[in-house]
Design a protein around this ligand. Structure first.
Ligand code: NDP
Length: 253
């Protein structure tokens, strides 16, 4: 895979799945801008790579997104590939949810990707080239208990992906979703801690609970998600658009 001269923006590219995507696309030769709120962490990550910068961005804040994409394009030019990876999942029973919780999950997981796409789409269309890859979740394809707002937001991400893919199908820009199952990052570690605290189960029992729906009975590794993203970036994937690529050990099919 050759991504030389391609400018990639990865939101939340400093840790977890985003960090694995950063490593993978950087190894393929891309110039990479990683965005997030935690600048020290992003800067530490950027320092380890060639042609990589860290830019402050809260994807839920329109002005912050505008500033961040200006800084990114000032440095590396128009964005060729956008990976909407930033996200958050808070598990809570429905009866304990309130509007603020619901809004928070929508803001970071759905509105954030929308704002970032808005920042890059016209330039991609003008260049007749672009790749938009939304890191959704198996929660975009099926329901899970206790994560109603997150699941609603991720279903929304898939709707956005499919609708936009159709709308710009002839413009040289593809839009896809990658849908990981439970992946070994802070999100999964927090979920495990939450189960242990709330239910008194052991850590092994909590992991078994999280992987119960995965036919391979294991957590997905961030590098496996990154491999799908890299594949979607390639010229050979030009006809793949509007798809939800599940990286989930057969959990959804
Ligand atoms: P982590 O919690 O490890 O990382 C989340 C990333 O999102 C961080 O880099 C964080 O950066 C960034 N982020 C969160 N909120 C914001 C914000 N408001 N603005 C900018 N950046 C933000 O999560 P994962 O790596 O596990 O998850 C990455 C993506 O994969 C998410 O979209 C998640 O929903 C999805 N996913 C994860 C699964 C899992 O089991 N881990 C399964 C399925 C999907 P910072 O703190 O610097 O802002």
């Amino acid at each position: 895979m050759e991504l030389h001269n391609k400018h990639v923006v990865i939101t939340g590219g400093g840790r977890g799945i985003g960090a694995a995507i950063t490593d993978s696309l950087s190894s393929a030769g891309a110039k990479v801008t990683i965005m997030g709120r935690n600048m020290p962490l992003l800067e530490d990550k950027a320092k380890t790579l060639q042609n990589c910068i860290a830019v402050q961005c809260d994807v839920t804040d329109e002005a912050s997104v505008a500033d961040a994409f200006k800084a990114a394009t000032d440095k590396y030019g128009p964005v060729d590939i956008l990976v909407n990876n930033a996200g958050a999942a808070h598990s809570i029973p429905f009866k304990k949810t309130d509007r603020a919780h619901f809004q928070k999950m929508l803001d970071v997981n759905l509105i954030g990707p929308y704002l970032c796409i808005q920042a890059v789409l016209q330039e991609m269309i003008d260049k007749k080239y672009g790749r938009i890859i939304n890191i959704a979740s198996t929660a975009a394809l099926k329901g899970y208990g206790y994560v109603m707002a997150y699941t609603a937001a991720k279903h929304g991400v898939l709707g956005l992906t499919r609708a936009l893919a159709l709308e710009i199908a002839t413009k040289g820009v593809t839009v896809n979703a990658v849908c990981p199952g439970f992946t070994e990052t802070d999100i999964a570690r927090d979920a495990i801690r939450n189960i242990v605290e709330k239910t008194g189960r052991t850590e092994d029992e909590a992991i078994a609970e999280l992987t119960v729906h995965n036919p391979q009975k294991r957590l997905i590794q961030p590098e496996e998600v990154a491999a799908s993203v890299l594949w979607l970036c390639g010229d050979s994937s030009a006809s793949i658009t509007g798809q939800a690529i599940a990286v989930a050990g057969g959990e959804v099919m």
